[in-house]
Design a protein around this ligand. Structure first.
Ligand SMILES: Cc1ncc(COP(=O)(O)O)c(C=O)c1O
Length: 406
């Protein structure tokens, strides 16, 4: 017999380090855009494991790739070759316009690697006449939980318990060109930002800000590093969110959906930047293993289909329009924003946002709250209009004060 929610909760409270305040649902299986819990209840997944399950659950191409690879070879050390890393890197290079990839296991590791690359590049003999090590990063940003990522994450609440942080980090007010200009000088080795801030409330970078960051870094021989861990790989309807801005970064980080649910992150860089690393300067035991790479190749093959991206754009616009249509009817809904299937509805009240997330769950819709007042939607790319209509009707009712179980 499968364990019950109560049993699992009790065991976790006894044996796990208390890092998570979990929602009391025990998921047992997934199918397409649906998840099923231990009581047999079905939910429409508008969160995809925070942007991971972009092809939903149980996708046949992903299942087949994982099953085939698991039967052949699951792990081999990075001391040796296997067939998939270079194939995957070549695909990412073709899609991103960058040249080379380093594979790791998570978003935070990808960001750490990007920071190390920036520091190493600044020290490489060709790059700098004067030593540079400062990193300019953004207020309200989120790059992960390891110490380098944390030190460059804007929200103080994540950093404070672990001070002191990495030296040489300066925060720029996101989207404030003047602040960027004031803080940028020739001691800066990189400017780093999310193209669309995720945890910070789904805030796209402004065209003026990203263009200025590109111009300043280019003139000074510093790097522009974009974190596309949440917004990249098809989520906005473009392969990478920066492609909509016409800006070419030096380094890009991706993770979340890359291996369709298996842990895999990647740093993509130009030839010149990648050359700052020599063998032995960076590495990982698990990163870029055959199983995760095989899944990632299958994932990229699926999303390389232009119809898939067209669907994300079309359904994303539809979803956004439906959310916008709620705005005039509900004073508490102050903004709707985002791109493709990375959307947000900002409410006036954090309490209301919290209770709406819980009530939507009780009605069979998984959504999330970030930055206290922001309802965030990161559904699988396979979501259809009837799913959107169902959720929007529930939100409409809940914003009107509807109760949990109607
Ligand atoms: C933009 C961004 N960067 C980095 C991370 C960290 O990724 P991970 O949790 O895989 O370490 C996240 C996770 O939410 C993210 O959204």
């Amino acid at each position: 017999m499968n364990p019950t929610l109560d049993h699992v909760r009790q065991q976790e409270s006894q044996f796990l380090v208390p890092t998570y305040d979990r929602v009391p649902v025990l998921f047992e299986r997934g199918e397409g855009v649906y998840l099923f819990d231990s009581e047999g209840r079905r939910y429409v997944d508008f969160l995809s494991g925070i942007g991971v399950n972009a092809l939903g659950h149980g996708h046949p191409a992903i299942q087949a790739a994982i099953a085939a690879q698991a039967g052949r070879l699951i792990h081999v050390s990075n001391l040796f070759f296997h067939e998939h890393q270079a194939r995957l890197a070549a695909k990412l290079a073709a899609l991103s316009g960058l040249d080379r990839a380093f594979f790791c296991n998570s978003g935070t590791e990808a960001w750490e690697c990007a920071l190390k690359l920036a520091r190493a590049y600044a020290r490489a003999p060709a790059a700098a006449r004067k030593p540079k090590s400062r990193l300019l990063v953004m207020t309200n940003s989120f790059h992960g939980r390891t110490l380098g990522s944390l030190a460059t994450t804007g929200n103080k609440k994540y950093r404070a318990p672990f001070a002191p942080m990495l030296p040489g980090v300066t925060f720029v007010t996101f989207n404030d060109v003047r602040d960027l200009e004031a803080k940028f000088d020739d001691s800066v080795c990189a400017v780093g930002m999310e193209t669309i801030q995720g945890e910070g409330g789904v805030n796209p970078v402004s065209p003026a800000f990203i263009s200025r960051a590109r111009a300043l870094t280019r003139e000074a021989g510093a790097l522009l590093i974009l974190d596309e861990i949440q917004c990249g790989l098809g989520r906005t309807g473009a392969m990478f969110a920066y492609q909509k801005y016409g800006v070419a970064p030096d380094v890009v980080t991706v993770a979340k959906p890359l291996a369709a649910g298996l842990p895999l992150g990647a740093v993509l860089a130009t030839h010149a930047v990648a050359a700052a690393f020599r063998p032995g300067m960076h590495g990982t035991t698990f990163g870029g293993g055959p199983l995760a790479c095989a899944a990632a190749i299958a994932f990229l093959d699926e999303i390389a289909n232009p119809e898939m991206r067209e669907h994300v754009r079309e359904i994303g616009d539809y979803f956004r329009d439906q959310l916008l249509a709620l705005k005039p009817r509900h004073d508490g809904l102050v903004d709707v924003r985002g791109a493709g299937l990375m959307l947000a509805a900002e409410l006036e009240s954090a309490d209301q946002a919290k209770s709406i997330v819980a009530a939507a769950l009780a009605r069979g819709y998984i959504i999330n709250r970030t930055h206290d007042t922001v309802l965030r939607f990161l559904p699988p790319y396979l979501i259809q209009r009837d799913h959107v209509d169902g959720l929007v009707a529930v939100l409409d009712d809940l914003l009107s004060g509807g109760s949990v179980n109607e």
